[in-house]
Design a protein around this ligand. Structure first.
Ligand SMILES: CC(C)(COP(=O)(O)OP(=O)(O)OC[C@H]1O[C@@H](n2cnc3c(N)ncnc32)[C@H](O)[C@@H]1OP(=O)(O)O)[C@@H](O)C(=O)NCCC(=O)NCCS
Length: 201
């Protein structure tokens, strides 16, 4: 069992919030990371105070963040907020189009209607979980996911869902060990993913 205490993301101070953003950029090879640190900062700044969100961080002895989990029942509200204010967003998109055109393509493909993006009522989506590379395999992933599941149950959700790259056996093992089952496998842009679901009832 991990010796690192778990605290709600909403209680992190500014330094710890910066740790969280750095950790996300370092460990999470997703579209949000490709968009860059301004978008990751914006995602958590809004997301961690969203009412239907759950987030915890694992804290080391030096008070730094060495792992985190985050999820929401309303991911589209967070995603919409990323495009605010519109002028800022368009400027960022213009810069990305020049620097990383493939990211704009992935973003466009992820916005196409896709039934795998729908969050049914009563379900919360675990969107991100990660542990600092120097602190992996010490039980942090397990403790964070269990805390997330317990909080989801307390909040009255009936299911936790998530999607995971099909070539990420470490994460898939973690999810299976905690009761998740694969319910679909799909392609979204350049990502090949399993959808996994845990029933809480
Ligand atoms: C996935 C991740 C969060 C696991 O965190 P962790 O703190 O290393 O995990 P734990 O030490 O708590 O181990 C939990 C379980 O994960 C699985 N696991 C951990 N390391 C593993 C490895 N090297 N190979 C296979 N399975 C592994 C095991 O099922 C393990 O349970 P066990 O120790 O009882 O066998 C971590 O590897 C990580 O941050 N990866 C990069 C980010 C990422 O891929 N996140 C998921 C995106 S969907």
């Amino acid at each position: 069992m991990s010796q690192y205490p778990c605290v709600p993301l909403s209680t992190l101070d500014e330094n710890q919030r910066n740790d969280l953003v750095s950790l996300h950029l370092r460990t999470m090879p997703t579209l949000l990371t490709e968009l860059g640190n301004k978008f990751v900062e914006k995602y958590y700044k809004y997301g961690i105070f969203q009412q239907q969100a759950i987030g915890f961080a694992a804290i080391a002895d030096d008070e730094s963040v060495v792992g985190w989990v985050f999820g929401t029942a309303n991911p589209s509200a967070i995603n919409k907020n990323l495009a605010n204010p519109l002028f800022w967003f368009l400027k960022e998109m213009g810069a990305l189009l020049l620097q990383k055109p493939q990211v704009i393509r992935s973003l466009f493909l992820s916005l196409l209607p896709n039934h795998n993006n729908d969050i049914p009522l009563g379900q919360i989506e675990l969107t991100y979980i990660g542990a600092h590379p120097d602190f992996q395999q010490q039980g942090i992933g397990n403790i964070l996911i269990r805390q997330f599941i317990s909080e989801a149950r307390k909040m009255g959700f009936s299911q936790v869902s998530l999607s995971v790259e099909t070539d990420n056996p470490t994460a898939i093992n973690l999810y299976k060990k905690n009761g998740f089952i694969i319910t679909a496998t799909f392609t979204e842009g350049s990502y090949h993913r399993h959808r996994m679901v845990l029933d809480l009832e």
